[in-house]
Design a protein around this ligand. Structure first.
Ligand SMILES: Cc1cc2nc3c(=O)[nH]c(=O)nc-3n(C[C@H](O)[C@H](O)[C@H](O)COP(=O)(O)OP(=O)(O)OC[C@H]3O[C@@H](n4cnc5c(N)ncnc54)[C@H](O)[C@@H]3O)c2cc1C
Length: 331
């Protein structure tokens, strides 16, 4: 739970290369577990590591990185998803406290997290430069988790609404500089997208392995279906696309580990890996025939779980916008 954080903050002191391997291996079996780990590491804990004071890191990052506490990260609201700067949750200073009001939604780990990093508007006249990040602890009066979402896939991962009603938090729980929350989110998500790419690769790999094994076992017209060229070509395309997605993901991780800018590489990895994984899981169901549609086999779950990879932490459309913006950026 603290893969990339320094050992002095309770982390494992590993790099993004190891992080993507861990997420891929988890997602190969269960995407939900991988998503729990990635929201905790990439989003909540990493936001605190990137922008927190030394005191905040000691108090909040250390127990998160040690896996003693669970984190969540809350940017999205009912009216603000891709247009992430349209935040309506407010925070106002009142004496020595910030007072939070509003509703956030689609928060991974929301019902179970001990530590929540959330974005709120502190100066609506400043637009996205009026957004500030805060740390709120579970049990703070005025803060509660609301509706649990009933999802298509990743059903073992909690997705919650968070409600703030005159929730008072100490002034020192402001994370980063006031008004810098949105820009900091972009830095956090830049790395977070590498994690979603790794989850996509893992789910695709799991679906591919199940298909390979099934194609050797299942017989039709007196021979294993693996002997039909139509099935062989599906397997060949699946394996090739997974390998390409994995290499893009590992390259983005390598750039992150070498302190390089990752905006373009992480969006490319997430876009490609997410779309490949949707194609691969679709073909995996096809290779299984009717049994692919039945819950006794794992591929129907991979097929449902994977769709989040083209939506969460920026949809495929948003990734294309980011990549195009990066390509057209003046040098
Ligand atoms: C299971 C799950 C877990 C999540 N976990 C978290 C979390 O932990 N924390 C958090 O803050 N959020 C989380 N999210 C929210 C997620 O990041 C958003 O759902 C996502 O960014 C899309 O926002 P939206 O749902 O509002 O879609 P919208 O922004 O309403 O998009 C609808 C459609 O319009 C397209 N679109 C929007 N704007 C443009 C544009 N400018 N150009 C072209 N197309 C556009 C989109 O690509 C999409 O196809 C989670 C979501 C899910 C489903």
């Amino acid at each position: 739970m603290g893969v990339t954080f320094p050992t002095e903050y309770g982390g494992a002191g590993l790099g993004h290369a190891e992080y993507v391997t861990i997420l891929e291996e988890l997602a190969r079996i269960d995407g939900s577990v991988a998503l729990i780990v990635s929201a905790h590491n990439s989003l909540c804990a990493n936001h605190i590591r990137l922008t927190g004071t030394e005191e905040q890191k000691r108090k909040y990052l250390v127990p998160l990185a040690r896996g003693e506490k669970l984190g969540c990260w809350s940017l999205t609201e009912p009216g603000s998803g891709s247009d992430a700067s349209a935040v309506r949750t407010t925070a106002r200073l009142d004496g020595g406290s910030w007072v939070l009001n509003g509703v956030k939604n689609f928060v991974t780990n929301g019902h179970f997290a001990d530590t929540c990093v959330l974005m709120a508007m502190t100066d609506s006249r400043a637009g996205k430069h009026g957004i500030t990040a805060f740390i709120v602890e579970k049990g703070t009066p005025g803060f509660r988790a609301g509706k649990k979402e009933n999802k298509l896939g990743l059903r073992a991962s909690d997705t919650a609404e968070l409600i703030f009603e005159d929730c008072r938090i100490p002034r020192e729980n402001c994370l980063g500089q006031p008004g810098e929350g949105f820009v900091d989110c972009l830095r956090v998500i830049d790395k977070g997208r590498i994690g979603i790419a790794a989850i996509a690769v893992g789910i695709a790999q799991g679906a591919f392995e199940a298909s390979l094994a099934y194609s050797r076992e299942r017989k039709a017209f007196g021979k294993p279906i693996a002997e039909f060229q139509a099935i062989q070509w599906k397997l060949a395309d699946m394996a090739t696309e997974i390998e390409a997605a994995r290499l893009l993901t590992q390259r983005a991780a390598w750039l992150a580990d070498h302190g390089r800018r990752v905006t373009r590489a992480s969006s490319m990895a997430k876009l490609y890996a997410g779309e490949v994984a949707v194609r691969v899981t679709n073909e995996a169901v096809q290779v299984h025939g009717g049994y692919g549609f039945i819950k006794d086999y794992p591929v129907e779950k991979f097929y449902r779980d994977v769709k989040l990879c083209t939506i969460g932490e920026g949809t495929s459309e948003i990734q294309r916008m980011v990549i195009a913006r990066e390509l057209l950026r003046p040098h």
